[in-house]
Design a protein around this ligand. Structure first.
Ligand code: IPE
Ligand code: IPE
Ligand code: MG
Length: 240
């Protein structure tokens, strides 16, 4: 990256296009997910190398349960493999300073995966090089519903009044509590929609859409997205 580049603090990526990548090659969709998972690892490493503080990856949405059992199982197995790998790397002290967080509803996820996710978060909580958020069983609306429930529970216990509910309190009840909002949201694969990703947090994000399919996404594509971000004039409602 060029010296003068302004790095976004937080980049979020919708890892889309795995199925089409596989179809183009006459392969089963699950091969696309496998390649997509490798690309995810490469982009984590690259983002960490260039100094991005937060990366958020959309891996599996609350709507993706509609897919065939075979495809869902294959995605869960890829997640298991990644979690096992992180555990191994943790034991060998070579995680590269990743702080891992899983965003999404734990309810509905297989018990063994929930245990591994909790463990990965716990073991990596004090790492500071980069925060990697992986959205699994994640939906932006579901996240807001979850936050509203948390606040209602607190009100019921007498800890707050309805008039105390503020943007800050809602933010603090989201899965991303304590993290900055994404500066840049990247969606490869040619689709120009959010698909229930970071609905609250994207309020002032810059968007970058790319035709490349996720399994073909490279560090050079990330560089291009960051370069485009550098051309944007972020105003946040101000009159500059
Ligand atoms: C993204 O790729 C991965 C998940 C949604 C789990 P897709 O599987 O959506 O790939 P396309 O969009 O069908 O090509
Ligand atoms: C969004 O992609 C979810 C993930 C990448 C995990 P989808 O492929 O599920 O989104 P739609 O269905 O095209 O909107
Ligand atoms: Mg898709």
């Amino acid at each position: 990256m060029e010296q003068q580049t302004r790095l976004p603090r937080h980049i979020a990526v919708i890892m889309d296009g795995n199925g089409r990548w596989a179809k183009k090659r006459g392969l089963p969709r699950t091969d696309g997910h496998k390649k997509g998972a490798e690309v995810f690892r490469q982009i984590c490493q690259y983002a960490s190398d260039i100094g991005i503080e937060y990366m958020t990856f959309y891996a599996f949405s609350t709507e993706n349960w509609k897919r065939s059992e075979q495809e869902v199982c294959a995605i869960m197995d890829l997640l298991r493999a990644y979690l096992a790998e992180m555990q191994q790397r943790e034991d060998e002290n070579r995680t590269g300073g990743y702080r891992i967080r899983f965003l999404g509803a734990r309810e509905g996820m297989p018990d063994d995966i929930v245990r591994l996710m909790d463990e990965a978060e716990e073991k990596s909580r004090d790492k500071t090089r980069i925060t990697i958020n992986i959205c699994v069983n994640y939906g932006g609306r579901d996240e807001i519903v979850h936050a509203v429930r948390t606040l209602c529970d607190r009100a019921k216990r007498g800890e707050l009044e309805p008039a105390d509910v503020s943007e800050a309190l809602v933010s603090d009840a989201l899965y991303t509590a304590g993290q900055p909002d994404p500066d840049l949201i990247i969606r490869p694969s040619g689709e120009v929609r959010l698909s229930n990703f970071l609905v609250w947090q994207s309020a002032y994000a810059e968007f970058y859409f790319d035709d490349v399919l996720w399994p073909d996404f490279t560090p050079a594509d990330l560089d291009r997205a960051i370069a485009a971000y550098n051309q944007r004039d972020r105003r946040f409602g101000d009159a500059r």
